[in-house]
Every structure is written in structure tokens, then in C-alpha cells.
Design a protein around this ligand. Structure first.
Ligand SMILES: C[S@@+](CC[C@H](N)C(=O)[O-])C[C@H]1O[C@@H](n2cnc3c(N)ncnc32)[C@H](O)[C@@H]1O
Length: 219
């Protein structure tokens, strides 16, 4: 019952119902790192995905490793990996997210390279030690940059482009979180078409939904 209710609350359309709350910058923190989540930027407060990915990352030795957070939103993952002494690049297409992240990096005294890039288009390094992705996965055409945090396109265009580009790269560990709420079989099919496979790393059941962390490998 509670799970059903929470699941409803975490639906993107209802998330938009919380627009009033997120019309002001809202703080979010993890392990002593704090960000201000700007209006129009993916709020890590409601979904469990960002927090689960952060908990997963907390177990990895990242000192001196190169890390890309692809689609960084608030950038809490980028800042946290920088705190773990990784060499971090954060990318997104949402300019207000990137501006706020620049300020957060100064406030937290953490160094990250911040790049406005549509997927890998403006990324020059083709061999990161780690890439972390919390993707948009609802199949609907995004109407603006804000909706791109949630919607992957009616025909899963985000995943079509992502896997095509990933298949031409040489990164060592590509880690992506998905939820039972999305069409995992369809996403796996698109990966397979690009000679990639989603290997399960971790399954986490929260009160609202099941989340899965996958390692994307070449087949
Ligand atoms: C679900 S949010 C995740 C944000 C953050 N990584 C987190 O875990 O809290 C997805 C992010 O991907 C970004 N995004 C969507 N399409 C993108 C694209 N083609 N290239 C780069 N970033 C994109 C969105 O702007 C959004 O910030």
C-alpha cells in the first residue's frame, strides 16, 4: 500500500506537481558534500537512484582514477567522487545545472572539470576509468531541457545514441542505474544491437521501487 503510494509520488508527472517546492533552490547533501539544486534541475531528493548510486560509489577506491558523470544534474555524484580524490569530469546539457555546479565546486573546495556536452560530443577523453550514468528513462519526447532529465524520447532515442557512442569508446567501467519503473528489456535490446550487454552489479529494493545498477560491457 505504502509502496504503491510512494511509487505514484515518484512518477515524473507527479514530480512536476512538486514544481512549486522546487521553484526555489533546495539543498541536498551526501557525506559532507552539499549542492543547491536549482529550479529545472533533476532533484535527487525524491527518487532513490542518485542516493543508491552514491552508496555504490562509496565502496569503490577512486583515488587517482578518471571519472565522468554523464548527465550530472546537480553534480552531487561528481563532487563526491572528487572528494574521494578521483579526477572528475561532469557533463550535462542543462546550462543552469552546470553554472550551479561550478559554484558548488568552489563552495565545497573540490576540483571538477565541467563540460556542456550532448552525450560524448564535447568530451575529448575516450578512456575513462569510470563513467557513472543515471539516465532519463521514461519514453516520451522531452519538450524542453528540464524534461530531458526524465524523458528519453518516445523511441528511446537517448539510449539509441548513448549505446551507439559507447560502443565506439574504450572506457574501463561504465556503470548505469535503472529502475523497475522503466522498460529494461527494451533498453537491453538497444544495447545488444550495439554489441553491448547490461550485467547486473547490484539490486536494491526501496520502499518505493526496485533499482538495478548495471555494468555495461562489450560482447
Ligand atoms: C536522471 S537525471 C540524473 C542527474 C544526476 N546524475 C543524478 O544522479 O542526480 C539525468 C540527467 O541527464 C541529463 N541529460 C539528458 N540528456 C542528456 C544528453 N543527451 N547529454 C547529456 N546529458 C543529458 C539531464 O539534463 C539530467 O541532468
Amino acid at each position: 500500500m505504502i509502496r504503491k503510494l510512494l511509487k505514484k509520488i515518484s512518477h515524473p508527472l507527479l514530480k512536476f506537481g512538486t514544481e512549486k517546492y522546487f521553484s526555489k533552490p533546495r539543498p541536498f547533501s551526501y557525506e559532507g558534500v552539499e549542492v543547491l539544486v536549482m529550479p529545472g534541475v533533476f532533484p535527487p531528493h525524491y527518487t532513490f537512484s542518485t542516493k543508491i548510486l552514491l552508496d555504490y560509489i562509496s565502496q569503490i577506491e577512486l583515488k587517482g582514477k578518471t571519472v565522468l558523470e554523464l548527465g550530472c544534474g546537480s553534480g552531487i555524484i561528481s563532487l563526491y567522487t572528487s572528494k574521494k580524490e578521483a579526477i572528475v569530469t561532469a557533463s550535462d546539457i542543462n546550462e543552469s545545472a552546470l553554472t550551479a555546479l561550478k559554484e558548488a565546486s568552489i563552495k565545497n573546495n573540490l576540483v571538477i572539470e565541467i563540460i556542456n556536452s550532448n552525450l560524448f560530443k564535447a568530451i575529448t577523453n575516450s578512456n575513462f576509468d569510470y563513467i557513472f550514468i543515471n539516465p532519463p528513462y521514461y519514453p516520451k519526447s522531452p519538450q524542453d531541457v528540464k524534461e530531458k532529465a526524465w524523458f528519453c524520447g518516445e523511441y528511446f532515442e537517448y539510449f539509441e545514441d548513448l549505446f551507439k557512442q559507447l560502443s565506439q569508446r574504450k572506457d574501463k567501467n561504465v556503470i548505469m542505474i535503472l529502475s523497475q519503473d522503466c522498460n529494461i528489456d527494451k533498453i537491453k535490446d538497444i544495447a545488444f544491437k550495439n554489441h553491448l550487454k547490461l550485467e547486473i552489479e547490484l539490486e536494491r529494493t526501496t520502499i518505493a521501487e526496485k533499482n538495478f545498477i548495471y555494468r555495461i560491457i562489450t560482447i
